[in-house]
Design a protein around this ligand. Structure first.
Ligand SMILES: NC(=O)c1ccc[n+]([C@@H]2O[C@H](COP(=O)([O-])OP(=O)(O)OC[C@H]3O[C@@H](n4cnc5c(N)ncnc54)[C@H](O)[C@@H]3O)[C@@H](O)[C@H]2O)c1
Ligand SMILES: O=C(O)C[C@H](O)C(=O)O
Length: 328
């Protein structure tokens, strides 16, 4: 039995993500949890003629939704409106993610946890600290989904140079998931020939791609369809590695560096970061290896230098939300 639970399944991301995951042959049970409309979305999706069973779970039914899940994907929470930063969402989303993490600790402590809710740089430490408090934390199984930055990098690079294939070109994106913490390693795209001006404009567009959507939606939310695509891509990689046993799969993702202490010891000593987005190779247990940082150009070194202090603040804020709260 491979049960995948989506928390926030009736939302802008949750619905198309559920639709995409309904296509997966590796999922036998898709559980949709939301505080509103989960039953309606589940009834609708359950008519699609693929093998997985779909169940819907409302507000009072979180335990059942999470019970024995293999993987939990979390797009629950509020999205940005124009003029807001991702950090402005912390006030509401931190508590939502904390409560879901407590539910995971209780009902599916061995699950792979894939976090979409913003601010990812803080919500991932929140989940990890809750799982630690419950004695069930496994750093190899908790991921911040930063795949949308990877997807945007390939697409935006293709718009400048259409010799780059947007589907097969996987750009490594390191750092975190907000503004200057997003560091796309464009210098490593094979055969890329960007001018300095093009590289700078492309980097800025990737770092602030989310704002482009927030502005265009004009108060109606942030990226949902592209995020559902990115979320399904990452979830499918996790399932391919952990369920189907496919070796050698790699994606950039925001993880706790304890997932691979040996490979990351030098980086941690230099930066004092406990979390970082980097290329990860997956195995049966989740993280198999955190790959070494790719060679960075001088420009990318500067970007990384700018990312680290903000990343640190975001991470400490998330972790402190749990460690300073004696009630959990
Ligand atoms: N990681 C990324 O790259 C990325 C990309 C886009 C959006 N996001 C983030 O994803 C989150 C969701 O965005 P959206 O556009 O889907 O928002 P949305 O408002 O359309 O949907 C969120 C859903 O979460 C549900 N929800 C709220 N509290 C809940 C709880 N306690 N338990 C279960 N469900 C709950 C809501 O009822 C709603 O259906 C936001 O925080 C947004 O910033 C992240
Ligand atoms: O920009 C946002 O707030 C949503 C998401 O993080 C994105 O990158 O599109």
């Amino acid at each position: 039995m491979v049960k995948v639970t989506i928390c926030g399944a009736a939302g802008g991301i949750g619905q198309p993500l559920a639709l995409l995951l309904k296509q997966s042959e590796l999922i036998t049970h898709l559980a949709l949890y939301d505080v509103v409309n989960a039953l309606g979305v589940a009834a609708d999706l359950s008519h699609i003629n693929t093998r997985s069973n779909v169940t819907g779970h409302g507000k009072e039914d979180m335990d059942e939704a999470l019970k024995n899940a293999h993987t939990v994907v979390i797009p629950a929470g509020v999205p940005r409106k124009p003029g807001m930063t991702r950090d402005d969402l912390f006030k509401i989303n931190a508590g939502i993610v904390r409560d879901l993490a407590a539910g995971i600790a209780k009902n599916c402590p061995e699950a792979h946890v894939l976090i979409i809710s913003n601010p990812v740089n803080s919500t991932v430490p929140i989940v990890c600290e809750v799982l630690k408090k419950h004695g069930v934390f496994n750093p190899k199984k908790v991921f911040g989904i930063s795949t949308l930055d990877v997807v945007r990098s390939s697409r935006f690079a293709f718009e400048i140079n259409n010799a780059i294939d947007p589907q097969s070109t996987r750009v490594t994106v390191i750092g975190g998931h907000s503004g200057v913490t997003i560091v796309p390693v464009l210098s490593q795209i094979p055969g890329q020939t960007f001018t300095k001006e093009q590289l700078e404009a492309l980097t800025h567009r990737i770092q602030y791609g989310g704002d482009e959507v927030v502005k265009a939606k004009d108060g109606a939310g942030s990226a949902t369809l592209s995020m559902a695509h990115a979320g399904a891509r990452f979830t499918n990689v996790i399932l391919q590695a952990t369920v189907a046993g496919k070796a050698g799969l790699i994606e950039s993702t925001f993880v706790n560096l304890e997932a691979d202490p040996e490979s990351t010891a030098g980086f941690r000593a230099k930066t004092h970061l406990d979390y970082f987005a980097q290329d990860v190779e997956f195995g049966r247990e989740g993280v198999s290896k955190i790959l070494p940082l790719p060679t960075l150009s001088d420009y990318e070194q500067l970007l990384l230098g700018a990312a680290i202090p903000e990343l640190k603040v975001n991470i400490i804020k998330g972790a402190a939300f749990i460690t300073d709260d004696a009630k959990i």
